[in-house]
Design a binder for this molecule. Structure first.
Ligand SMILES: NC(=O)c1ccc[n+]([C@@H]2O[C@H](COP(=O)([O-])OP(=O)(O)OC[C@H]3O[C@@H](n4cnc5c(N)ncnc54)[C@H](OP(=O)(O)O)[C@@H]3O)[C@@H](O)[C@H]2O)c1
Length: 298
């Protein structure tokens, strides 16, 4: 298939591009810079120059492809609401170009958007509708396109890690470095699910090749790593004290990350494994990657 990939130069998208090419697909990757275009060509992809706000460009990339994988997102959390709105419009533009066809649209979401505290979230759990507290509606927008005849499905990501980046944990590291302590909230027993970057990419490919319209897939290898263990790994890495914060104190340490720092979001991928035959195969878990993290000189 010829696949249009947004975010093709990003942490996850670049791995998806490699996975698709390795499997014999052709990739048309969205790039907004010269450097991005060069990296795509080096990876064996074709370049579609453009930006998430260039909706006509997104439509044309989707229109000339047999399927679309959307992994781009503007990760400037000081403008999170605006960026969620840009994401929503981008998904509608991509989907619009695929309406009334069998061409798949795979959209990225996060397991944290649909967290079910104290029980394992499954693929069948539906996220709350967007609100001012939870403005990211990638998943809801993608699935709203079903009504327009778009074969849309969703990949929900947990913390995606390798030795260089670890999802929201990378922001925890930055906060710890800045404050000189590594913190968790309460007893730190709340959990974040995780997956190795090299395991996340094949799930996108399987969803593209064999996914069902309306499906939600979980790229989850570890169902729930206690945040206290993550904070302890950061403390070891930075050689700084590990400190429990009360819920009242959390915001002064974590800032915008507080919403996630207190979140218990364990998630399962049993249904994904059954439905797509996906299996996580990487042996390195989140804590093991943190213990070797480049952020700590590993
Ligand atoms: N990493 C995780 O653990 C995790 C967890 C849950 C959900 N997610 C979601 O997974 C997706 C991919 O995340 P990631 O970690 O790969 O992010 P990333 O490394 O920050 O990559 C983001 C991608 O989006 C592109 N992009 C940013 N702004 C753009 C714009 N204005 N126009 C066009 N492209 C733009 C970037 O292009 P440039 O290379 O030019 O900057 C890059 O290719 C995102 O939706 C993210 O929220 C990630």
């Amino acid at each position: 298939m010829r696949v249009f990939v947004t975010g093709a130069t990003g942490f996850i998208g670049s791995t998806v591009v490699q996975e698709l090419i390795k499997a014999g697909h052709q990739v048309l990757g969205l790039a907004r810079s010269e450097a991005g275009a060069k990296s795509l060509i080096a990876a064996g992809a074709q370049v579609h120059p453009g930006d998430l706000e260039d909706l006509e460009g997104l439509r044309s990339g989707a229109a000339m492809s047999d399927g679309v994988i959307h992994t781009a997102f503007i990760h400037d959390f000081s403008k999170f609401k605006e960026n969620c709105e840009i994401d929503r419009r981008a998904i509608e533009a991509l989907g619009g170009a695929l309406a009334d066809s069998e061409r798949p649209l795979i959209v990225t979401s996060g397991t944290g958007m649909s967290a079910t505290p104290e029980r394992l979230m499954t693929e069948d759990d539906v996220p709350p509708s967007g609100s001012s507290g939870t403005p990211r509606v990638s998943e809801q927008t993608a699935l709203s396109m079903l009504a327009r005849g778009v074969r849309a499905s969703v990949v929900r990501l947990p913390q995606v890690h390798d030795r260089d980046k670890q999802g929201l944990v990378s922001y925890m590291i930055a906060a710890a470095r800045q404050k000189g302590i590594s913190a968790y909230v309460g007893a730190g027993l709340n959990r974040w699910p995780a997956v190795h970057r090299l395991d996340a990419a094949p799930l996108y490919r399987l969803a593209l090749e064999n996914g069902s319209a309306g499906a939600r897939y979980h790229a989850v290898a570890e169902e729930g790593v206690p945040v206290r263990e993550i904070a302890e790994a950061i403390g070891r890495g930075l050689k700084i004290p590990v400190v429990a914060k009360s819920p009242e104190e959390a915001a002064s340490h974590f800032g915008w990350l507080t919403f996630f720092a207190v979140m218990d979001a364990p998630a399962s991928s049993v249904l994904t494994q059954q439905r797509l035959g996906w299996r996580p195969t990487q042996e390195t878990g989140l804590i093991a990657d943190l213990d070797q993290a480049s952020a700590f000189g590993g």
